[in-house]
Design a protein around this ligand. Structure first.
Ligand SMILES: O=C[C@H](O)COP(=O)(O)O
Length: 248
């Protein structure tokens, strides 16, 4: 089965609202491609202006974070219904920066995945190992465990709509990309875990991205691999190079 490719930019904590609108204008013609899902996952304050700036283009809107309750006394948080109402389609969950800097654990991440689906948002679920785990050789067990925890009680029909991003932490923002073979090995292993947890059609349907210093120079080789269906791009998503990745 041919899976539709998905190239998503994770802007992280970059771009003021006015810079965000300018970036959308810069990228507009560069990211035109009807064969690929192109997504901008933007900081909360940029969601409304970016929703306006991408109207009439092929770009879809994503967010970087939310909280699992619909509303109430949760100072500083935004909810899934707020994101939906603003036009958000995709939501990044379980990014290593949220896990490591903000202490999000697999129980919360699993609750977020379930809440996102219930609210009609499509999760981009991130997983990946530290350099220490890579060196110890136990990275595959670690990632399989993350996936199993984070997808507890998530149905096969939901997983068919899920995007999983494999992001080795040692490759994020370091300029050190996993080789295409290293990335393929883990993306294939993730698909095997999904087949084991669900079934072969579900594993065939789930889209798996690679993320970690993906750029205009290495995207084509990474994306040529059988189990890599797209990219989750940080630094290079803020530059015209993002258009080259979309079209790689
Ligand atoms: O979510 C994106 C990743 O953390 C990759 O970031 P990067 O492309 O800057 O390495």
């Amino acid at each position: 089965m041919a899976r539709r490719r998905i190239i998503a930019g994770n802007w992280k904590m970059n771009m003021t609202p006015s810079q965000a609108v300018e970036l959308c204008a810069t990228l507009k013609d560069l990211v035109k491609n009807d064969d690929v899902d192109v997504v901008y996952c933007v900081p909360a304050i940029d969601i409304v202006p970016v929703a306006e700036a991408i109207k009439g283009t092929n770009v879809k809107l994503g967010a970087e974070n939310f909280y699992i309750e619909d509303k109430g006394a949760f100072t500083g948080e935004i909810s899934a219904p707020m994101l939906k109402d603003a036009g958000v389609e995709y939501i990044i969950i379980g990014h290593s920066e949220r896990r490591d800097i903000f202490g999000e654990n697999d129980i919360l991440i699993n609750a977020k995945v379930k809440k996102a689906f219930a609210a009609g948002l499509k999760p981009i679920l991130c997983c990946g190992e530290s350099l220490a785990l890579r060196k110890a050789g136990t990275y595959k067990e670690w990632i399989a465990r993350q996936i199993k925890w984070d997808l507890t009680d998530v149905t096969a029909d939901q997983v068919k709509e899920l995007v999983i991003a494999y992001e080795p932490i040692w490759a994020i923002g370091t300029g050190e990309t996993a080789t295409a073979d290293q990335a393929q090995e883990v993306c294939k292993m993730i698909r095997d875990v999904i087949a084991e947890m669900y079934d072969a059609p579900t594993a065939e349907a789930v889209r798996i991205q690679y993320g970690g210093s993906m750029n205009a120079g290495n995207a084509a080789e990474l994306l040529s691999k059988d189990d890599i269906d797209g990219g989750l791009i940080g630094g290079a998503a803020l530059k015209p190079d993002f258009g080259k990745i979309v079209n790689a």
